[in-house]
Design a protein around this ligand. Structure first.
Ligand SMILES: NC(=O)c1ccc[n+]([C@@H]2O[C@H](COP(=O)([O-])OP(=O)(O)OC[C@H]3O[C@@H](n4cnc5c(N)ncnc54)[C@H](O)[C@@H]3O)[C@@H](O)[C@H]2O)c1
Ligand SMILES: O=C(O)[C@H](O)COP(=O)(O)O
Length: 499
């Protein structure tokens, strides 16, 4: 029988009192009681000895650093069950909702969780992140991360992960379908038939063979699309801010203007950035060939929609397909036609326009792969502090601690990238046997990971107190302890120095 024991009491450590301290401690499995005292996972005290129940017992090769059941995870926007299953199998507490949440409701819910999983709709603004006192990591179960204030997240020691290419093929295939549909006016013919009208026409309907496809943004999706389009007999040209190797016989154009003037079909695959906002406005639409087609499955901010409406009304643009919009409803069934989309009625009234509800990446294959990829990144981060694939932190990795090295402790220290911090930390760690260590920085944020061998509870206490004392030099320091029962020695320390 094991009974819960106050870790700080057992180690005779003063519990951290700051909100950030409570946040990190809680997120790492040392939740704070209402009185601010730490309660760790089940510990057993026998005489003077302190032991702790491991989650998986000796059969688990890899050390687990905390009481997984204390990690609370909120998944929004119908994250695939592949991802939910991986997180639940770790023993975390997982709540999964089908839609996103309005900001105020999100703030209420996010205060309590260590991990949040979202897709493209949920806005993790600076305001939301500042209220997320327990949050250590965000998983974007999609490609785009524009919906997260990644800079503020990094400043608060919150890592952000995404799935950089698991839905690229799905988007590329959708675009091929749309190119053919627009060229043959399939949407209109189908609508007419649904209304009972037989309208057999060839006027303005084309093969795509021999036509030119212009791709804006030749990244994961754009380059995949390039290959598929050539297989249909199209010529491919592209515009990208980076000089890139063209696939097949595709050719990079030096300017957007040059590309727009040559393409029969133009498709956008750039991220949402200040530079890509209204990248296709009146002027750029004016450069396009008369009777050409425009497709956007990137982000709604990339195309000036009123300008597109005018270009289609004038016949300049013969057809368009939009999958993304400046303001998208939170969930299925919500109205698209509302005050946020004042032009929605005008769009709906146009001929040869395909409007889809942001389904570019919505295939079984993509969602299943994304669920696995992002959940695995979250587990690696929460359990081992590994940041491989993070979009807002340096990528730091050391091999996992195993049961063969139970007297090790892993120290993770996230701090501002300013002179003097590492000197202070290493002065503390240098008194012990640092088995391996890696540090890296990205912008203002720096990340240290160190595995120290031959530690015991006294050493942990010492490291804790000395790292904590760094907080007095203008940093807020927190530390979470954990142990595997085998040798009554903590397996991991995590510390975060935050802004
Ligand atoms: N509709 C959907 O469901 C769906 C699905 C996946 C991705 N997306 C969107 O598509 C975007 C692109 O995805 P990706 O995986 O190909 O991204 P990527 O990062 O692999 O490629 C983007 C490319 O755009 C280029 N680029 C950036 N700024 C540019 C600019 N100002 N002008 C020209 N080129 C520029 C980059 O150099 C890069 O080559 C994502 O950021 C996401 O917003 C939408
Ligand atoms: O960024 C992405 O991957 C796409 O926009 C898809 O977003 P979704 O997961 O919300 O469909």
């Amino acid at each position: 029988m094991s009974s819960a024991l106050d870790v700080t009491e057992a180690l005779d450590i003063e519990p951290p009192t700051t909100e950030l301290a409570r946040r990190v401690s809680s997120s790492l499995g040392l939740s704070t009681s209402p009185t601010g005292t730490f309660h760790g996972p089940p510990w057993t005290k026998t005489g003077t000895s302190l032991t702790r129940t491991t989650t998986g017992g000796a059969s688990h090769k890899q050390l687990k650093p905390f009481a997984a059941e204390e990690i609370k995870i909120l998944l929004l926007e119908n994250v695939n069950t592949t991802g939910q299953d991986i997180l639940r199998s770790q023993g975390y507490q997982v709540t999964a909702l089908k839609s996103s949440l309005p900001e105020d409701e999100l703030i209420e819910k996010i205060r309590d969780v260590s991990v949040i999983g979202i897709r493209s709709k949920t806005k993790l603004t600076a305001r939301v992140l500042r209220e997320a006192k327990n949050l250590i990591v965000v998983g974007c179960f999609c490609i785009g991360t524009n919906q997260v204030d990644t800079k503020v997240a990094a400043e608060r020691g919150i890592a952000v992960f995404n799935s950089p290419f698991s839905n690229s093929r799905s988007v590329a295939e959708l675009i091929i379908g749309e190119i053919i549909s627009l060229a043959r006016q399939l949407g209109d013919r189908s609508n007419e038939m649904h209304k009972g009208t037989w309208n057999k026409v060839s006027n303005g309907c084309w093969e795509i063979r021999g036509k030119t496809l212009g791709i804006i943004g030749y990244g994961h999706i754009g380059s995949q699309l390039s290959v598929l389009a050539e297989a249909f007999g199209m010529s491919v040209i592209f515009y990208d801010v980076v000089n890139l190797m063209a696939l097949g016989t595709a050719k990079q154009k030096p300017t957007l203007e040059a590309m727009l003037g040559t393409a029969d079909f133009v498709t956008c695959h750039v991220p949402e950035l200040p530079e890509t906002k209204n990248m296709l406005g009146r002027k750029e639409l004016g450069y396009m060939k008369d009777g050409s087609y425009l497709i956007n499955a990137s982000r709604g901010s990339v195309i000036d929609i009123p300008a597109l409406i005018d270009a289609m009304r004038s016949g300049k643009i013969a057809g368009a397909a939009l999958d993304v919009y400046p303001a998208e409803p939170a969930g299925n069934g919500d109205y698209f036609t509302n005050e946020l989309n004042p032009w929605a009625e005008d769009l709906r009234s146009l001929k040869n326009i395909i409007l889809t509800p942001h389904i570019g990446g919505s295939t079984e294959e993509a969602q299943s792969a994304i669920g696995i990829e992002v959940s695995e990144a979250l587990v690696r981060y929460v359990n081992e502090g590994i940041t491989l694939g993070a979009v807002n932190m340096p990528e730091v990795n050391l091999r996992s601690l195993t049961m063969d090295e139970p007297n090790h402790v892993r120290v993770i220290y996230i701090h501002r990238n300013i002179p003097g911090v590492l000197r202070g930390v290493n002065a503390i760690l240098g008194d012990h046997n640092v088995d391996k260590q890696m540090t890296d920085s990205r912008g203002d944020v720096a990340y240290l990971m160190a595995d120290i061998s031959d530690v015991n509870v006294t050493v942990i206490k010492d490291i804790y107190q000395r790292l904590e004392s760094l907080g007095g030099k203008g940093f807020s320091t927190t530390l979470a302890l954990d142990a595997q029962s085998a040798n009554e020695v903590p397996a991991r320390i995590m510390t975060r120095v935050l802004y």
